[in-house]
Write a protein that binds this ligand. Sequence first.
Ligand SMILES: Nc1ncnc2c1ncn2[C@@H]1O[C@H](COP(=O)(O)OP(=O)(O)OP(=O)(O)O)[C@@H](O)[C@H]1O
Length: 258
Amino acid sequence: MERENRHIVNDHAPVISISGLFKSFGELPVLQGIDLNLYEGENIAILGKSGSGKSVLIKMIVGLLLPDKGLVTVLGQNVAALNRKALDRLRLHIGFSFQNSALYDSMNVFQNLAFPLTMNVKHLNRLQVTRAVEEALEAVGLRDKIREMPSDLSGGQRKRIGIARTLILKPKIMLYDEPTSGLDPVTSADIIELINLVQSQYHTSSLIITHDLTCAKNTANRIAMLSKGKFSKIGSFDELFVTDDDQLKAFFNYNFLQ
Ligand SMILES: Nc1ncnc2c1ncn2[C@@H]1O[C@H](COP(=O)(O)OP(=O)(O)OP(=O)(O)O)[C@@H](O)[C@H]1O
């Protein structure tokens, strides 16, 4: 299942560009000089210990937190400089896959998918909505669950439906937060396959926050290791894994034993 570790560095401007990024909370320095480019069509996994600042970084990418210093541009726009309306427009191009899937429990699968579509794309008729829902469900292999309630789905299925719900808006960027956490190895492998399918079929660029090395190894073109507020290493799985750095070795060993 291991994927080819090709580096996608193309001539286009990066879809996400982060440079010289600093963020502290009071006396607590969290990000201390982050630089990262995510290129079109690329998947980058972000690894880092609990509390290392992965979520803070994601929040700055989507404009939920402002940098103390440095620049975050998404699809060419300086996120910190956007007003509310422009930020909302930008976020329409970003799909989020949360740890808990964040489905609406009182709505069935069709309604869960139709809701963001009808909220954000006006003037669609019923047939167009139904087709879009079916297409997104087809992509995640769960077309037959269209009338089910979230409570009747497994954890892995809920995760897939959550991803389908973001795909319906055809995002350019996907942000996955711990996509395989709490899943058994077989279901994790299905989600890994789905992340790769989304990359190839929807031509997304993705950041994947994970503690799961199997997930990082099999989804990421590059892996970025967040440590002490900086990316201590960025490279392919092999470039990070084959290392003399004791701290990195300890991190890998710890995670393999989980
Ligand atoms: N709004 C905030 N106010 C104060 N401190 C915060 C805030 N948000 C995050 N922090 C602190 O910043 C640090 C990094 O938090 P963050 O949630 O980014 O970690 P993480 O790497 O995502 O961890 P995990 O893997 O456990 O989710 C933590 O010490 C956290 O307590």
